[in-house]
Design a protein around this ligand. Structure first.
Ligand SMILES: Cc1cc2nc3c(=O)[nH]c(=O)nc-3n(C[C@H](O)[C@H](O)[C@H](O)COP(=O)(O)OP(=O)(O)OC[C@H]3O[C@@H](n4cnc5c(N)ncnc54)[C@H](O)[C@@H]3O)c2cc1C
Ligand code: FES
Length: 281
């Protein structure tokens, strides 16, 4: 049983949960995730370990409400207990002393990017973080990213805060300034990661993307998280979730994420019909 010790709303539709999970907090490394099951009959959903505190024995998860399970989880408050949190899962980020590393996170992509940037900084790298959001009211964790980065560029699509444009405009700005970039690590919506990979390929900048295919067991047994990387089939839960972004078949990943859209929509509608306003059973 995993108790929620703190919860706060970070932005519209995004909650931060600090969960008591001492064993996971002790072992978790950047890039790893947990699989959460919030009720006995519930589905299992993967969530990144955005932060850990081994002394307090807690991990921090950031959750965006997109469907049935994430809406349901958003109704859980401090003191509530989550039955299953399995992890840490996935391969930890491969970290070296590269030099100048640009960490690029879009929206919820900041969950992996925060933990990865911490590890990359500890290894002695200089870090520029480029964080992108649709608009100012959706921004979160800017202070946390500033605390671990040498420089932070915030982009908003509508220009309501920071630099107007997409995360790729933030990377292009660095390139135009003549910054040498030794490595780019990116996480966020698949079209965003595809665009980042397209840009960095042009400049021959090594790039790693943290992928988010649909996962079920998280242990390499079910095949749900199949992705194609450099023409080879990989399972993101055990071979990843991070891969060489220049070799990932992002179009296939987008198609696979769309496969269950109508069923997911129906499940959410059914859930909202059956439950009270907050969605709690
Ligand atoms: C390794 C990994 C780490 C992740 N970390 C986080 C995280 O830290 N915070 C967070 O909010 N989300 C994270 N996700 C995505 C999260 O798992 C999904 O949002 C969640 O499973 C949706 O469940 P649902 O029942 O609420 O929505 P569903 O009804 O199942 O899906 C609603 C919509 O959400 C999208 N979706 C569904 N599953 C995924 C998925 N696995 N990845 C991306 N989009 C999906 C699709 O567009 C879908 O149509 C991660 C995914 C992976 C694979
Ligand atoms: S989630 Fe089942 S194989 Fe990866």
């Amino acid at each position: 049983m995993y108790k929620i010790v703190r919860k706060q709303e970070l932005a519209e539709n995004v909650d931060e949960f600090v969960i008591e999970a001492p064993d996971i907090a002790r072992k978790a490394k950047p890039g790893q995730f947990v699989i959460v099951r919030i009720s006995r009959k519930g589905e299992r959903i993967p969530l990144t370990i955005a932060e850990k505190d081994p002394e307090e024995g807690t991990i921090t998860l950031m959750v965006q409400r997109v469907g049935k399970t994430t809406f349901h989880l958003s109704c859980f408050e401090e003191g509530h207990v989550i039955p299953d949190v399995v992890g840490p899962l996935g391969k930890p980020t491969h970290i070296e002393k590269w030099g100048h590393v640009v960490c690029v996170g879009g929206g919820l992509g900041l969950a992996p990017i925060h933990h990865i940037a911490q590890g990359v900084k500890e290894a002695g790298n200089r870090i520029t973080t480029v964080m992108g959001f649709r608009s100012k009211d959706l921004i979160f964790w800017e202070d946390k990213m500033k605390a671990i980065s040498d420089r932070v560029i915030v982009t908003t699509n509508d220009g309501s805060y920071g630099m107007k444009g997409l995360v790729t405009d933030g990377i292009q700005k660095l390139i135009d300034e003549g910054e040498k970039i030794d490595m780019v690590i990116t996480a966020g919506p698949v079209p965003m990661m595809k665009a980042v990979a397209g840009l960095t390929k042009k400049y021959n900048i090594p790039t790693v993307a943290s992928l988010n295919p649909i996962m079920v067991d998280g242990t390499g047994m079910c095949g749900a998280c199949r992705v194609t990387v450099g023409g080879e089939i990989k399972f993101a839960c055990v071979d990843g979730p991070e891969f060489d972004a220049h070799r990932v078949d992002f179009d296939e990943l987008m198609n696979r994420l769309r496969m269950f859209k109508s069923l997911e929509g129906e499940a959410l509608k059914e859930f909202q019909k059956k439950h009270c306003g907050c969605g709690r059973e």
